[in-house]
Design a protein around this ligand. Structure first.
Ligand code: PGA
Length: 241
């Protein structure tokens, strides 16, 4: 299994519901990431049907979600076993779009994380506050609650990545200041876990014009990029850092 502790920065592309086989082939031709430096890795999370077209030695593959079941009469689901089978090393879990649009609750997210761990897939566990919660100064409480309610108690913290994604920043062009990002990451590392080695990437409106300050921060272990990851004029700049 990939040893996360040796990796300094992780860039994750979340394509969401975008792409096609043709798009994938063009993407592979134009993507300028060279994965020779193992301290810096790229993870691409396309829609599930495109995973098989994206195999490369330069980056890792990730699912965008997984079922909380392994197999059975669960029409439409994709299990972590199937994601493993097709070559995924990572999988997003608890993304705010899954929580809000698909009503995923804390228990379901917990079960998904357990399934991923069982199948030796590294969960990218998304957490973060919405605008109302931020205005009410509840950011830390919300993050703590999300972690307390969905993180399996016996988890090995070297085998999970956290993604701090303020919901109000996703797809909006609004980004917290680097001080705010660093403070929140520091809160999670020191106050929640008392472990500065855990990996936390930042996500929310990351673009070529704003990524540099964020990725350079010692408190930030990488980026989770949505919209800008399907635009290679943008993304090729971000992965060069
Ligand atoms: P965004 O999305 O970069 O388009 O804001 C990030 C995400 O949803 O993971």
């Amino acid at each position: 299994m990939l040893e996360l502790e040796k990796i300094k920065k992780i860039i994750i592309a979340n394509w969401k519901l975008h792409g096609s086989i043709e798009f994938t082939q063009e993407y592979l031709k134009k993507l300028s990431f060279v994965g020779s430096d193992k301290e810096k890795i790229l993870v691409i999370c396309p829609p599930s049907t495109l995973i098989q077209y994206l195999k490369s030695e330069n980056f890792y593959l990730g699912g965008q979600d997984c079922s909380n079941y392994s197999s059975g009469a669960y029409t439409g689901e994709i299990s972590s076993e199937l994601l493993k089978d097709i070559g995924c090393t990572f999988c997003l879990v608890g993304h705010s779009e899954r929580r809000s649009i698909f009503k995923e609750d804390f228990k379901t997210i917990l079960q998904k994380i357990e399934k991923l761990i069982e199948n030796k897939i590294i969960p990218i566990f998304c957490i973060g506050e919405n605008l109302q919660q931020r205005k009410e100064n509840l950011t830390y409480e919300i993050i703590k609650d999300q972690i307390n309610k969905s993180l399996p108690s016996k988890i090995d913290l070297e085998k999970i990545v956290f993604a701090y994604e303020p919901v109000w920043s996703i797809g909006t062009g609004l980004v917290p200041s680097i001080e705010q990002i660093a403070e929140t990451h520091n809160f999670i590392k020191k106050n929640i876990f008392n472990n500065t080695k855990i990996k936390i990437v930042y996500g929310g409106s990351v673009k070529a014009s704003n990524y540099k300050n964020i990725i350079d921060s010692d408190f930030v272990d990488g980026l989770l990029v949505g919209g800008a990851s399907i635009n290679l004029d943008e993304f090729n700049k971000i992965i060069k850092f």
